[in-house]
Design a protein. Structure first.
Length: 109
């Protein structure tokens, strides 16, 4: 099965993505910063409010932590370390970029 449509978390993800596209589209059409902030905050609140009521059908709640495989734990740790390193390097790069040029270039330059 390519996509497990019977899994509630899969349906939640695709439904929330569709709702997010609609909310972002409406916020773009309204073109008001306060409305956009309120709409996106409502989307975040909806997401956080619905997460606790989701159930799992096909997967355990903590598939990595409850796995007896050391290989899965090692790959997860490696992915975590690489992600943290890349985030740190990105932060250092941003700091260096904005420290050397605090003003953004004018349009057309």
């Amino acid at each position: 099965m390519f996509i497990a449509w019977g899994e509630p978390r899969t349906r939640f993800t695709f439904s929330l993505a569709a709702i997010a596209v609609i909310i972002v589209g409406v916020a773009y059409m309204v073109d008001n910063a306060r409305f956009s902030a309120l709409a996106l905050a409502a989307l975040a609140g909806l997401t956080l409010g619905l997460l606790p009521v989701l159930i799992t059908v096909q997967h355990p709640l903590d598939p990595i932590g409850s796995s007896p495989s050391g290989t899965i734990h090692a790959f997860y740790a490696a992915i975590l370390v690489v992600s943290l390193a890349m985030g740190g390097l990105f932060a250092v790069w941003l700091r260096g970029r904005f420290a050397s040029n605090p003003q953004p270039p004018a349009p057309g330059q």
